[in-house]
Write a protein of this length. Sequence first.
Lengths: 213, 396
Amino acid sequence: MWDFIVERREQIAYNTFQHFNLVVQAVVVATLIAVVLAVLVVGAPRLQGVANAISAIGLTIPSFALVGLLLPVFSIGAFTAFLAVAFYAVLPVLRNAVVGLQQVDPTLVESARGMGMSRLAVLWRIRLPLAWPVILAGVRISMQMSMGVAAIAAYVRGPGLGDYIFRGLASIGGANAVNYALVGTLGVVVVALIADALLLLLGRVTVPRGIRA
Amino acid sequence: MSTEHAMEPTSEESTAERAESQVSGAEIVLEDVVKQYPGQASPAVESLSLTIPAGEIVMFVGPSGCGKTTSLKMINRLIEPTSGTIRIDGEDARSQSENALRRKIGYVIQGGSLFPHLTVAKNIAIVPKLLGWDTRRVQERIDELLDLVGLDPAKYRDRYPRELSGGQQQRVGVARGLAADPPVLLMDEPFGAVDPITRQRLQDELLSIQRELRKTIVCVTHDIDEAIKLGDRILILKEGARVAQYDTPEVVLGAPADEFVEDFVGSGSSLKQLSLVRVSEVELHRPVTATVGEKVDDVRRRAEAAGERSVVLLDGRGRPVSWPWLRQLKGDSVVEPADELITIDQRATLNDALDTMLSSSHGGAVVTGDRDQYLGVVVFDAVTDHIRSLEEQAHE
């Protein structure tokens, strides 16, 4: 196996980076979408049930099935993979962002309004910073989940390590089948651990000491 | 810095003590103010008319649900009145945007309501920054305010709210309310979330700050004792924010307008009258004082010469820090003790003074003035003498 890795080290490194890249981009876009949706949802209590239901149902759709469903609409390639990953990535962040925003003490919001802060300033400077630790926890869940989804998205020729896994599974019994599958799987695990460590670091930097757990 | 008003200080007897301090508050006038919530049979506030004089503390009291908080929040338009006008310093509150209006009105609510993700300094800086003050002016103002509310700026500026006690949080809340030097300060149950001793100290401090600043303060409370102690005037409200009585504490206690007020203030109890007499009206005893760092032998000689068995110890800035017996003075020079001395402000009531005396081994309480400066000691005999003289006056 060592020889297998050494021989293909440049390609493996490239694919690993591509995997990381796909997931990070999808999660960043998903987080932005989820936070905007959460702000709208929290502002309109009637939408909250809808949002929760969508998050819950969305997570039950098998990712393989979703990738398949996206195929007729979008062509094979990286963009379709990105869409599939981003779709799943939105759901945990949305859920946590809604909870995080709801948990903000209403007296703090009233206090901020009473001091003459505009609604937008209250959102930006009070509500989102206070909800941030909870949102960030959602992002971590989302990132972990997206690592696996991105591997599956390789089915539509998405970039990343999924291709190794599929190649290994397709050639079972072949010379390098186990090596392909193992490199793909372990690669995903390593990328996931690195991404999680980076998110922890982000938390240390962006969550003020006053609300750190 | 302060909004200069070319107003004469009012010659109100309760605020005359420091006539030299300028009134920086503004008059608030409510005219036929109504708040009717849709879908409710009777209005939350049915036609409230009221004049709150500049530079006075007016306490809104009443049973829960009487509309006192609603009335307060209509002043800074957190609740929009259904009809009627509110004028602050002669200007209609609706003539400007709600945000502009609120930046000129301090707002302090229960527990201080500090933003937990911001440091003490950043909490205080919010309104000055909204008003576009430059950084240096904001920084100076933060230190000035922390000093005003009795917190050492160097020690507390960069702390987060959760690193403060309840009383300290409430102090920062008051500092934040005063940050941009607004003429009006609205307070909603400000001292509801702290223990009784802390509450008494916070009340004393508020009175001391008010002596200096002379803002117009409107404060909601459900505690009639707090209203009597803090208020230049008390507004007692019935359901629907109907005015039961609006007068000075002396009149409310001495001549309640009706049975409702009588029940509410619990009149007839002569002990309530103790809440009307301020410590400053009683003769203070002036025991021997010592300063931290002095030689113990010198202090002892001085005290013994005066026939005293204890001394009041002051720090370098003239603030009392402890009240030790002579036998407790040990070592070479006098050191500052670890535990805090419980003092009372000169505006504290005799009621508070008695409370504090009960927990003191000296049968007295150390009295402080502005910025915790030492004034003297109030002793039990002085209080009983004063009560006796009041009774004699009443008989004559």
